[in-house]
Design a protein around this ligand. Structure first.
Ligand code: PLP
Length: 387
């Protein structure tokens, strides 16, 4: 039922790629769409571009479909950090307000909130909790707990900023539970979706999430420098502009009209010229892959492939961190008995692409891997770790 062909996913020819949590191979249609745009630009600049004038509206619609929301709630961004800065710097914090986050967030979802300390805002960081109790004394990030979150929230908490999926441990937040918690307390829940968009269902309106920022080059298999921002109308209405240029204003191309007249929709954050070849690339991969299958089916296939991998993995050689389904993600983490970096480098030379982060080896296959490829990956790891 899934297209797993080499022609759609050409990187399959070169390696067994289980590192979609790192930098994914650019999917074929994404590459072709970007190339098409660049060729038109090279051939004639402005004169070649009219067919591309609807790239952004198309992008808004396609991402709206992916996130189960209206096109008007979507903005193109260059990366997660840019989106988080737009939100954090423009948020109407008062001195003494509080933001709750987690101690091991990826920097793109940490520093934008740290900047707010200059405005007298307190950044409260949740510690680690080991819900499985399987890690013992291993000093590795494992995820945060709802109990600690509840105990750290105060009447001054304005924002909770967390990743849907933690980039180290693979711990996935239960967004439904978290969203309900925030709704009851009138807290804005801002989610870094870089490690989930394209792998797990992510429906901000359904979960009462105020904003989602994500990169396009991980599970969406797009290019570096591409990303997506979802904002709810209520959050967007609150956030002041901190980056401005021609295109966040309603008069757009009427460059000599300097009226302060920002868009009310997601274009508010698309302040100036953007990387259109990147927009084209994301449109291409959304159309040919991520809007073709349901996100529920993609998640189920990724979990099935991970399970298959585990049935072939020698569990005497590795400790596996397997969260219950509601906290499980595209990243399956293993602890080897030896040196992870050396093992990852060794199997890399043999064509198996994995990544090591903190104490973990991360196994991050996408849905287009085959059963044989997963079995082959486990057997190669067994051989190299055992020998
Ligand atoms: C959780 C998370 N957020 C964000 C990013 C990337 O951030 P940016 O889009 O700013 O490059 C990564 C990359 O590894 C990540 O794991």
């Amino acid at each position: 039922m899934f297209d797993k062909s080499e022609s759609s996913f050409p990187a399959k020819k070169n390696s067994l790629f289980l590192a979609h949590c790192a930098i994914s191979p650019l999917q074929r249609r994404a590459k072709e769409a970007a190339q098409g745009f660049l060729e038109a630009m090279a051939a004639g600049g402005l004169s070649g571009l009219p067919p591309y004038f609807d790239l952004l509206p198309q992008f808004h619609h396609k991402c709206g479909e992916l996130l189960h929301t209206d096109a008007e709630n979507i903005s193109f961004v260059h990366n997660t950090a840019e989106a988080m800065c737009l939100l954090a710097n423009g948020y109407p914090f008062q001195p003494g307000d509080e933001i709750v986050s987690y101690i091991h967030e990826f920097p793109s979802n940490h520093y934008p909130w740290r900047l707010q300390e200059k405005r007298g805002v307190k950044l409260v960081l949740l510690g680690d909790s080991d819900p499985l109790g399987t890690l013992g004394d291993v000093a590795a990030p494992r995820g945060w707990s709802m109990e600690e979150l509840e105990s750290r929230v105060t009447p001054r908490t304005r924002v909770i900023a967390l990743s849907h999926v933690q980039f180290t441990s693979g711990y996935a937040a239960d967004l439904r539970e978290l969203g309900a918690f925030c709704r009851e307390r009138d807290i804005d829940l801002i989610i870094d979706g870089a490690q989930s968009l394209g792998c797990l269902p992510l429906y901000p309106e359904e979960y009462h999430v105020a904003a989602v920022a994500a990169s396009g080059w991980k599970w969406l298999m797009g290019p570096f420098g591409s990303g997506v921002l979802y904002t709810s109308p209520a959050l967007r209405g609150k956030v002041e502009l901190t980056m401005v240029g021609p295109y966040c204003m309603q008069q757009g191309l009427d460059y000599l009209d300097h009226l302060w007249n920002p868009h009310a929709d997601g274009r508010k954050f698309e302040y100036s010229t953007l990387a259109w070849e990147h927009v084209a690339a994301l449109n291409g991969v959304l159309e040919s892959v991520f809007l073709r299958y349901s996100m529920e089916n993609i998640r189920a296939e990724v979990f099935r492939l991970q399970d298959l991998f585990l049935t072939h993995l020698d569990q005497d050689l590795f400790r596996v961190l397997l969260y219950p389904d509601e906290h499980r993600s595209g990243i399956l983490t293993l602890l080897s008995r030896g040196n992870n970096d050396e093992l990852v480098e060794r199997v890399g030379k043999l064509g198996l692409v994995l990544t090591a982060r903190s104490e973990y080896i991360r196994i991050a296959p996408h849905f287009y891997l085959s059963d044989d490829e997963m079995k082959g990956a486990a057997e190669l790891l067994n051989r190299e770790a055992g020998g």
